[in-house]
Design a protein around this ligand. Sequence first.
Ligand code: FAD
Length: 447
Amino acid sequence: MLTATPPHVRRSGQARAAYVLIWVFLLLNLVIIELMLANPKTPAHNTLTTVGRVLGLHLAFVLALQLLLIARLPFLDRRLGMDRLTSWHRWTGFTIFWLVLLHPTFVLLGYSQLDKISFFGEIPNLAKQMPVLLGMIAAGLVAIIAVTSVRAARKRLSYEAWHFIHLLVYAVIVLAVIHQVYEGSAFKTNDLTQIYWWGLWAFAIGALLTGRFLVPLVRNVRHRLRVAAVVAESDDVVSVHVTGRDLHKLQARAGQFFLWRFLGYNRWWQVNPWSLSAAPDGHSLRLTAKAIGTTSAGLRELPVGTRVFAEGPYGAFTALGRTRQDTVLIAGGIGVTPIRALFEDNTLTGDLVLLYRVRTPAEAVLLGELRNLAQLRGARLHLLTGRTSEGHQPFSPENLRGLVPDITERDVYVCGPAAMTDAVLRSLRTLRVPARQRHAEVFRLAS
Ligand SMILES: Cc1cc2nc3c(=O)[nH]c(=O)nc-3n(C[C@H](O)[C@H](O)[C@H](O)COP(=O)(O)OP(=O)(O)OC[C@H]3O[C@@H](n4cnc5c(N)ncnc54)[C@H](O)[C@@H]3O)c2cc1C
């Protein structure tokens, strides 16, 4: 007898498909690159320049890969989540940094040996050639981006300053392409390798321009988002309701977030990620923000009718990642926003339990809505209050099992302060809840 695959099983397979695709892409390209390098027709002056060329080609490949990781392609983002893609992007970024140090070092060592001059004497010698000089400038910019992305430096910089420096990557791309046109050799051995190489770069740059500029632009022109209402939820939390045309075509899901710009209200380069705090119904979107800095604190002054430019929807913290029938949702503080949306999501079928952690009941924003939803859905809602201390660990393995005895049979979605999320994930590991059933959203993209 044929049985249909349950939707949650089919969906979790989509994330696996994205992993497989990335691995196939990586391995296939690496094989082609190694074959190109092994071609005896590629010129070699001496061993050092050969090593420099090997490093250079791999550097250019990792750079192209980096563009794909930061392109915010909906296909990857929906399956893997922007936080995971961002953390990979961080690793490839530091790989680029090391390759950027090693590639010119070996090239300079090789040429200094050939020209019989010192390593440092070779620098001005090679810099006389414009494409090499442009490569050196690109390497300097990569070094600046990498140094300002090291955690210690990142903490000292404002988000805007760090982001502005990161935009130098666009200059790096232009300089790197020019450098390769004139200095690249391994991919120039025949027409096929040239088509492959420039096809790869066209794909990476095309993906970046599409994901970062074209898709957001088309979506915002199409949907014409505007602030419809601003509602104070507490002294320091406010909800902004946004409407627009054909919002169902956005295909936003509960648990996702957008990067929001309020035009004419904050400056164009200021963009803030806020999650949807209600399941999108095709007619309106809602975000709920806690006052942290100037932009979030000022949201309550937003005039109704303000034009909104939103990039997204982004994120894989959705019911698409579900692997089991029943679910536990765990929220801490303002981390309740995507959890509130998921609590409303009618694709989360099966038994639902919500654990909401706040210090005092007065801090529990959106509690009234959660209670109504719990009643409507026949779901359980536990409000966990009090200070965390040695004797009071609301998310210890014992407490979690006490509250949800069958927790190992459920998907668990958690969003809250970093320390709380870590405590929950630790306990889930202790309880042997499989990794594929653990889903966490961190309100952090950049570090
Ligand atoms: C995926 C995601 C979803 C989020 N969802 C919510 C939510 O639903 N409700 C809520 O209250 N908060 C949410 N946050 C946190 C929220 O983005 C910040 O509190 C807010 O941007 C602070 O902005 P500000 O300008 O008022 O404060 P600032 O003082 O200017 O910023 C405070 C800190 O917020 C972070 N931040 C600011 N802008 C950005 C940005 N563009 N990208 C990444 N980090 C930034 C930086 O770490 C910065 O140091 C979310 C964050 C992320 C990454």
